[in-house]
Design a protein around this ligand. Sequence first.
Ligand code: ZN
Length: 203
Amino acid sequence: MKIICIGRNYVDHAKELNNPLPKAPVFFLKPDTSLLIRNRPFYYPEFSKEIHYETELVIKINRNGKHIQEKFSSKYFNEIGLGIDFTARDLQTNCKQKGLPWEIAKGFDNAAPLSKIISMDELSDTDNIKFHLEINGKRVQEGNSADMIFSVNKIISYVSQFITLKMSDLIFTGTPAGVGPIKIGDHLVGYLEDKKMLNFVIK
Ligand code: ZN
C-alpha cells in the first residue's frame, strides 16, 4: 500500500504559500509507516519546531490500474476518509530552498493521521464534499471538493500514467487554505460534512 499526496490543489492554499498554480497535478508519496489511525495521539517529533496541519479528503483506491483514462477513473474508488497531511514546514522550507526532496518534511512516522473510511454512498453530494477541522473547539480550516484545481478523476488519470495504482492505495487530495501550526496539548477534530471523523490530541 502506498500513500499518494497531491500538493497545491486549491487556489487559495497555493496563494497562501506563495506557490505558482500548477498546470498539472503535483504529487509526492508518504510511506505506509506514516499512517496514524484509530485517533491515536500524535507525538510531536523533536526534529521540527513547526509542524503544520493540512486537512485533506482521502480517496481509497479499490482496484489495480495504470494508464487510467479520466472517463473511467470513477470505477477505481468508492470510499473516502479524512486525513491530515502533517508537514514539518521548517524542514520543507529548507528543502525547497535547496531544491531537495521533501520526504523528511512529509514522510516521517505518523505524518498521515487517517480517519475511518466510509462509502461515498454515505455522502449527500459527491461533487460537493464539505470538510473542516477544529482545533480546541475553534474552526481553523474548511474546504469543499468542488474547489479542487484537479478533480479526483483527473488525479487518478494523471498519477496512473506514471505509477500503477493498486487496491488499498490512498490518495490525499490536497489542502485548502488555513494551514497552520499545531502544539502539544492541541485537540484536533475533523469533520466530513457533519460526520465527526478525526478526534485526537497532540502529545
Ligand atoms: Zn497536503
